[in-house]
Ligand binder design. Structure first.
Ligand code: COA
Length: 308
């Protein structure tokens, strides 16, 4: 019976991309088709669901989603000026419908909607493939990946953070010149993602530095955000590496003083598409944001929690 239904729906006329109006059907579809694991709504609290009702674009067949992409506006703060960016994620097509250009159509619908609302740049975190390069995305930006040496005597000033600490962390994040703008509510929502472990360095009841390992099913074992007093970041990160057995590396901006002097490499940051080339004088993301070989003309950085 189910097989007949699937074959029937394959022959259904596919509609043009529309904004998703059925959150229940969307979550069901994503949990089944993205990677087969449940819980995406809790892992992308700002991208899908009630926080971003107009962000999810779907192609429907028989009124059910068969392809999806979501976008949300994110302001990137650079030395020069704020950049109106859009993060795109959860690009997913039903396994019966892949290879027919549906993901390309839903991502394009997101780009059109975002451009219509003034976005200048789009980014996504995904493996490079024709799907994205045909839409004009290219890997660009620079990120430092530092290996963590685990041979260290843990320091007593480090503890795991709990919810009320969130308000103390935002000013430490805001000390970074390169980052995405985040409101306190957005920060709190991102910290509520399962398997997001926050550690702080505390002195005299004051949080001096913090770092974050993990983000749902992503970034396991990776410390993908850190901030605060440069003098205590090194012992904080080394202590976390001993307390948390899965923590094995640290990510951060390539063109900022690293928090540790351990062995590191420079990696590309994400895939970018310039939506308003006239604003930047180029349509090439590498010439703007650099890449591992070339320094940027407009430096930017996207911390792990902001990866949509
Ligand atoms: C990745 C994914 C979204 C692609 O969906 P899709 O609808 O098959 O994507 P498209 O059909 O637009 O593009 C897929 C490929 O088919 C090619 N293609 C597009 N239209 C085509 C057509 N009419 N005929 C032949 N090939 C076509 C594209 O160039 C692309 O090539 P690539 O595999 O080298 O990139 C889908 O495989 C999926 O849901 N995977 C699981 C979730 C996931 O990993 N998402 C990405 C991370 S956010």
């Amino acid at each position: 019976m189910l097989v007949v239904k699937a074959e029937e729906s394959l022959t259904c006329a596919l509609e043009n991309p529309v904004i998703s109006r059925d959150p229940g059907a969307l979550i069901c579809f994503l949990d089944q088709e993205f990677d087969g694991q449940l819980g995406l709504l809790s892992e992308f609290p700002l991208l899908i669901g009630c926080a971003n009702p107009a962000g999810s674009w779907v192609i429907l067949a028989d009124q059910l989603p068969v392809s999806h992409a979501a976008w949300r506006p994110i302001t990137l703060l650079s030395h020069a000026r704020p950049i109106r960016a859009v993060g795109i994620g959860l690009v997913t097509t039903h396994s019966d419908y892949r290879g027919r250009g549906l993901a390309g159509q839903v991502v394009n619908a997101c780009l059109d909607a975002a451009t219509g609302q003034g976005a200048e740049v789009a980014f996504l975190f995904a493996e490079t493939r024709k799907l994205y390069s045909e839409l004009g995305f290219a890997m660009a930006g620079r990120e430092r990946l530092i290996s963590l040496n685990k041979d260290y005597e843990p320091q007593k000033n480090v503890r795991e953070a709990f919810e009320p600490d969130a308000t103390a962390l935002l000013p430490l994040l805001e000390d970074h010149p390169l980052r995405a703008r985040r409101t306190p509510d957005e920060f709190a929502a991102l910290l509520s993602i399962p398997e997001t472990h926050v550690y702080v360095w505390e002195e005299a009841n004051q949080i001096r530095a913090y770092c974050i390992e993990g983000k749902g099913r992503d970034l396991r074992g990776v410390i993908h955000e850190w901030g605060g007093d440069a003098r205590v970041l090194d012992p904080l990160l080394r202590t976390v590496a001993t307390l948390n057995p899965r923590a094995s590396c640290v990510l951060g901006p390539a063109d900022q003083e690293p928090p540790l002097d351990d062995e590191s490499s420079i990696e590309p940051l994400a895939q970018f598409k310039i939506l308003k080339p006239d604003v930047f004088g180029t349509a090439d993301p590498c010439s703007l944001f650099g890449n591992p070989e070339t320094p940027p003309t407009l430096p930017i950085y996207i911390w792990g929690l902001d990866s949509v």
